[in-house]
Design a protein around this ligand. Structure first.
Ligand code: URA
Length: 206
């Protein structure tokens, strides 16, 4: 069994938060284990809770369309959420729930090791761009430790608001070039040490 599948089993029985009592299914995340890009949303909604899969309701349909606009299918990427259990009545996740769920996300990041992380909405943005405002930073990128972080509006918010819809569509179109850059960054090998310098270093070690 893969490490990711083991992780899903652990998440399925996690009861750190009270809201676990009300869920139908935990929603760990899904996609390619070797995905170069990871999308992180907020929390499962009704449909996700029913199916145990992320972004399968109306916001998910829109996310699929956005992915298709850059010729990606969800099987080629990894999709998850900040919290893995649906909050009752789709209320916002509480700080304690986000903190309790954080180790699951950290494990997913360790196992998948994406080159690029796309935050969808304010909650996942706050994890990687603390103190920033989404209206200011959406569509912008931040590099850290060889990973590109890119902030976008949440597809659910953009579903009904025309200006946000255009913004999220435009931001999505920036991803292919950034992803190519992220993969390139990862592949850049250290400059070879010039021979005379290498010999001098070897002599020093003697
Ligand atoms: N909204 C989210 O943030 N995540 C989902 O999985 C579905 C809707």
């Amino acid at each position: 069994m893969s490490a990711l599948t083991e992780l899903y089993k652990e998440i399925a029985v996690c009861h750190k938060c009270d809201i676990a009592r009300f869920r139908t299914k935990a929603v760990p995340g899904e996609g390619a284990e070797n995905a170069d890009i990871m999308f992180i949303g907020e929390a499962p909604g009704y449909h996700e809770d029913q199916q145990g899969r992320p972004f399968v309701g109306p916001a998910g349909k829109f996310l699929d369309d956005l992915l298709a606009s850059i010729h990606l299918r969800r099987q080629q990427v990894y999709i998850t959420n900040v919290i893995k259990t649906r909050p009752p009545n789709n209320r916002d996740p509480l700080p304690i729930e986000i903190a309790n769920c954080r180790p699951w996300l950290d494990r997913q990041l360790e196992l998948i090791h994406p080159r690029m992380i796309v935050t969808l909405g304010r909650y996942s943005m706050a994890m990687f761009f603390p103190g920033k405002s989404i209206s200011k930073i959406h569509g912008t990128v931040q590099k850290q430790d060889g990973v590109l972080y890119f902030a976008m509006y949440h597809p659910a918010a953009a579903l009904h608001q025309q200006s946000l819809r255009q913004a999220i569509q435009a931001d999505m179109l920036k991803i292919p070039a950034l992803l190519a850059e992220a993969k390139n960054m990862a592949e850049v090998k250290p400059e070879p040490v010039p021979q005379p310098q290498l010999q001098a270093q070897q002599l020093k070690m003697l």
